[in-house]
Design a protein around this ligand. Sequence first.
Ligand code: 13P
Ligand code: SF4
Length: 344
Amino acid sequence: MTDLDRIFEIKKEMGEELLILAHHYQSDDIIKTADFVGDSLKLAQYAQQNKSAKYIVFCGVYFMSETADILTEDWQKVLQPAITAGCPMADMADKEQAEKAWEVITEELGCDIVPITYVNSKAEIKAFCGRHGGTTVTSGNAVKVVDWGIKQNKVILFLPDRNLGRNTAYDLGIPLENMAEYDPKTESLEYSCGKDDVKIVLWKGYCHVHHKITVKHIEDARRIHPDAQVIVHPECQFEIAQAADGKGSTEYLINQVKNGEKGSKWIIGTEHNLVKRLKDTYTDKEIYILDTSSVCTNMNRTNPQNLLETLEDIQKGNFEKQVKVDKAVAEDALKSLETMLSLV
Ligand code: 13P
Ligand code: SF4
């Protein structure tokens, strides 16, 4: 019997007690086992709404499992099969660095700040935002949430993804010259406009998978497939987002292809598992990956073997792979997540 066969058997045995969630970047094998597949926004909403599963097995990366733990009830346990699968971008901001940034920005700009953190962040950063009247954001609701931030009439501190922050703020009419950058390594602020004209401070963090996509990738792809549409995830750099025909969250990328005309051609700048699945699903369209090296090794750490081990552990009462956020951190982080969820 294969690991997958045994996973399906256990799913049957456990029924509604067990919920398997998977992010779109997971491998096909993992996607087959999932009760629900989504982007980070949909998965967070789904976890919050589910009131029947005692065990939620999250096939994704650590910040997603933490979010699910914060949004679920105390009697629900969140477990992550690849417990060491983190997100290098989320690790680019910690609580001490955020407190220091607050001090530097307040001192230098003499302004009020509203912090907005991408959900791709540590729970302690979400808690920092919750304590300071801020919120979380995902790529799927970035326009709505950053617009909310603009309406607070304060300077937005957007962390940890500089690219998502810049792409979204620009779409909402904030010129590039009114965007400052904060470098947590040097604890310094860089900006070219007057102090009073800074509208948003972008944390110098990035996702290496999307950040390394270049304009040359787009130029080369357009040369080979001149009649294709190039669409990219907003974690790509500003120049890439501008050079593409469209940009948006994982959900947006999927919908563009799904709703595209028969025979249409798509070149997609995001994680390879998703692009491969779109290619296999929408065989009436031509689908290519923009950069073949777009692989998130962390997302790819989950496999049928560690998923099966996790399910067997649950049945034995072993919760070694449980993701549990400290209670005080979870309380503050919940405030920022709830603000976001009330906006979408
Ligand atoms: P989504 O918010 O689009 O699901 O993206 C999550 C992610 O990790 C992208 O790199
Ligand atoms: Fe993090 Fe990038 Fe991987 Fe998404 S693709 S989990 S942002 S490293």
